[in-house]
Every structure is written in structure tokens, then in C-alpha cells.
Design a protein around this ligand. Structure first.
Ligand code: HEM
Length: 385
């Protein structure tokens, strides 16, 4: 019990050192998951990604409670494969480069001059508007507001992780409020999807999936990108700033990829054994979990792994099981092309149009934000011009 709580606390408060500094594969008791096989060994993770006896989606209890029981992220087996094809096809429709840059410029133009603000917060709003346009072709203030209200329902994350608190005692109780805000947002999204232009994600998804899929795509499609953007800015150095500002697409992409190696916003994946499974010299009983540790995979076997060196992504493509900020195997993130393109556009747009500098003395320590790891205080910056 104590060991489980200790490991849970490490995972929450020291996600990078916990996954990076230990051995490459180890057993750890974790709250709610039992004895977990944690691994930063690329060969073992490759084997796990292919193994038919290991499935994704089952360990996401908090995600089920919050976003519903029947969407891609919590599905497995044939149902997951069918939905995955539908979602991947739909996600090929995404906003144009010019549109992403314009939305970003507009949001950053509203920031104060000479006073510190959280870069992640502004990027969050820009990303929310970009995904809303991609999803349903509109990003009016009402939709943005409904989404922000829903997100405010998790301002105390206890409501997500403590099962006993997930009780609907009316609109004033934390869980009751969350459920009501979720239905309002879902209804608005479904209505907007009914009017969505043909080149949107919603229009390319079968309408019978809207009630389950629109909300998760909206949530996953902007929180992750905003946290990654905050890392990219927190790690910026002068030469990178210069090349990104020049609009060097190849370098900007390599820079984003390298930031995601050093500071991955998703720190761990989970796969549950449906039968007895052997992975190398390790075995799992049915019901046990294997946890690929992304910061560890991005650390072991890389030369000068502590150094931020975007050029490594210009020199070659890494092994997909040693570099996996978007996951591995058949569950790899369907939003990856959209997210990478958007991050390139956002970085160039911000650096070309504004003079933003990190708040003096700021050190970007990793902190947990629900399912993500982001730089402390969302990267505080000051705008000089
Ligand atoms: C920088 C941004 C992003 C990061 C770091 C990221 C990361 C990830 C990771 C690590 C997974 C795998 C989870 C697992 O294997 O259990 C995943 C899955 C997923 N992501 Fe992303 N993601 C990003 C952007 C997006 C965007 C823009 C969308 C949609 C618009 C999206 C939608 C999804 C969905 C639906 C899944 C579930 C796939 C499945 O289970 O088959 N993500 N993402």
C-alpha cells in the first residue's frame, strides 16, 4: 500500500526523473493499477505494441467517466479498429496553414505589453479555436465558452480520480456540474456538426458517431498541442529563434520533434493483458498492465540525450519505439500530422509577429496537468513588441 502510494506520488510529481533515471524495465505497484511492468526498453515496447494479448483503452477509467464510455480512446478489439479507420480518415481534414497562423496571431495580439502572462493559456485558446474550426467549421464565442466551462469543471482534479466523488448530487455538486456542462457542450457540438462544411472532421465522420466522438476529439485536439507549444517556447534558444522566425519549415519541425523528445507532454502509455503474456524475460498475468515509459525511451540509447539538438531529426528518422511522443503501434495518435503542422505554424506565427521573452529567472520544471506534463506556470513570458 505504502509503496503503491509512493510510486503514484513519483509519477504525479516527478514524472520525468521517475521514468528516466531508474533501470530500463521494472515492476512497480501503482494506485488503481496493481503491479505494473514499467519499461523504457525499446525492444520490449515494440513487442508489447504488436502483442495480440495486450490491449489499450481499458486502463482509462478517469477518461471514461469524463468523456464517455464509447469513444475511440477507450475502445479495444474490432470495435476500436473500425472506429480508428473512421477517425483517421476524418482527421485528414484540417484547417489550412494560413488559417492556423491567423488564429494564433489574433490570440497573441490580445496579450498585454510588458506584463507577464502564461503562454500556455493563450496557446490553449488559439488551439481550441483551431480545432473547433477543423471539427465543425466554426469557433464562435458561445462554443469556446461552453468548452471553457466544461474544462473549468476539472479545476479540482480530485473529482476525476476519486471514484467516490463521482456522484451526481445536482447541479451544485462538482460531478453534477461537470455532467451538465458536458451535455450542454455535446449538444452544441452536435448541432454545429449538422451545419458543418464538407471539409471538416465532423462532416467526414459518420453522424451516428458524433455523440461519442466530437467531444473527445475536441479535448484531445487542443490540450496536448497547447502543452507542447508551452514546452517549445520554454526551451527556445537564440539560434532556434532565428531559424524559426525565418520560416525554415524543416528546422521548425525538427525543433518541435526534439522538444517532444526531451519533454514529452504524454509521459506514459498503458496496455492491459487479456491473457497470460510473455514479454522478453518478463511475464504478465491476465489483467496486469504494461506501461511504456516515454521519457525513459527518449533518454536511453540516445547520444547526449540531455542536450536539445534539433539537428538529430534532420539527420535521420529514429526507431518508432525509441521515439514515441504520439504513442506506438495501431493506437498511435491519429492527430499527429495535424498537431505537428499546427505547432510549426504557431511557432512561426508567434516568433515572426511578436517579441516574446521568457520571464527573467524562469526555469521550466515539469508539472502534471491531469493527463499531461507541462512546464511549470504554463511558461510565463513578457511581450516587448
Ligand atoms: C502535440 C499534440 C498531441 C500529442 C502529444 C498526442 C499524444 C497522443 C498519444 C501519446 C496517444 C496514444 C495513447 C495510447 O497509446 O494509449 C494519442 C492518442 C490519441 N490522440 Fe493524440 N496527441 C496530440 C494531438 C492530438 C490531436 C490534435 C488529436 C485530434 C484532433 C488527437 C487525438 C487522439 C486520439 C483520438 C487518440 C486515441 C487513438 C486510439 O486510441 O486509437 N491527438 N495521442
Amino acid at each position: 500500500m505504502l509503496a503503491s502510494l509512493w510510486n503514484g506520488a513519483q509519477l504525479l510529481f516527478r514524472p520525468y526523473p521517475y521514468f528516466r533515471d531508474a533501470r530500463t524495465t521494472w515492476r512497480a505497484p501503482l494506485p488503481g493499477l496493481g503491479s505494473v511492468l514499467v519499461s523504457a526498453d525499446a525492444a520490449l515496447v515494440a513487442e508489447a505494441a504488436r502483442h495480440p494479448g495486450l490491449v489499450g483503452g481499458r486502463a482509462h477509467r478517469a477518461m471514461r467517466a469524463t468523456l464517455g464510455d464509447n469513444h475511440l480512446i477507450v475502445m479495444s478489439g474490432p470495435q476500436h479498429r473500425l472506429r480508428s479507420r473512421q477517425v483517421r480518415r476524418a482527421l485528414q481534414a484540417f484547417s489550412s496553414d494560413a488559417e492556423m497562423a491567423a488564429v494564433t496571431r489574433k490570440e497573441f495580439a490580445r496579450t498585454p505589453l510588458g506584463r507577464p502572462f502564461s503562454l500556455q493559456q493563450v496557446a490553449h485558446r488559439a488551439s481550441l479555436r483551431i480545432i473547433l474550426r477543423g471539427l465543425v467549421g466554426q469557433d464562435d464565442a458561445e462554443l469556446v465558452g461552453l468548452c471553457q466551462d466544461f474544462q473549468a469543471s476539472f479545476s479540482s482534479p480530485l473529482v476525476l480520480f476519486v471514484e467516490g466523488l463521482r456522484r451526481d448530487w445536482g447541479p451544485w455538486s462538482p460531478w453534477g456540474r461537470l455532467l451538465r456542462r458536458r451535455s450542454r457542450l455535446n449538444e452544441a457540438l452536435i448541432q454545429a456538426a449538422g451545419r458543418a462544411p464538407a471539409d471538416t472532421i465532423a462532416a467526414r465522420l459518420p453522424p451516428e458517431t458524433w455523440a461519442q466522438e466530437l467531444l473527445p476529439q475536441l479535448m484531445f485536439g487542443h490540450e496536448t498541442t497547447a502543452a507542447t507549444f508551452a514546452w517549445c517556447f520554454a526551451l527556445l534558444y537564440e539560434e532556434a529563434r532565428r531559424r524559426i522566425r525565418q520560416g525554415d519549415d524543416g528546422f521548425t519541425l525538427a525543433y518541435v520533434q526534439e522538444c517532444m523528445r526531451l519533454c514529452p507532454p504524454v509521459a506514459q502509455l498503458t496496455r492491459v493483458a487479456t491473457q497470460e503474456v510473455r514479454l522478453g524475460s518478463h511475464s504478465l498475468k491476465a489483467g496486469e498492465v504494461v506501461m511504456p515509459a516515454i521519457p525513459g525511451l527518449h533518454h536511453h540509447g540516445w547520444s547526449q540525450s540531455e542536450r536539445l539538438r534539433p539537428e538529430r531529426f534532420l539527420e535521420g528518422t529514429p526507431d518508432p519505439h525509441r521515439y514515441c511522443p504520439f504513442g506506438v503501434g495501431e493506437r498511435i495518435c491519429p492527430g499527429k500530422p495535424m498537431a505537428l503542422r499546427q505547432l510549426v505554424m504557431m511557432l512561426q506565427s508567434v516568433l515572426q509577429n511578436f517579441d516574446l521573452r521568457l520571464l527573467e529567472g524562469y526555469r521550466p520544471c515539469p508539472v502534471r496537468q491531469l493527463f499531461l506534463v507541462a512546464p511549470a506556470r504554463g511558461t510565463p513570458v513578457v511581450r516587448h513588441a
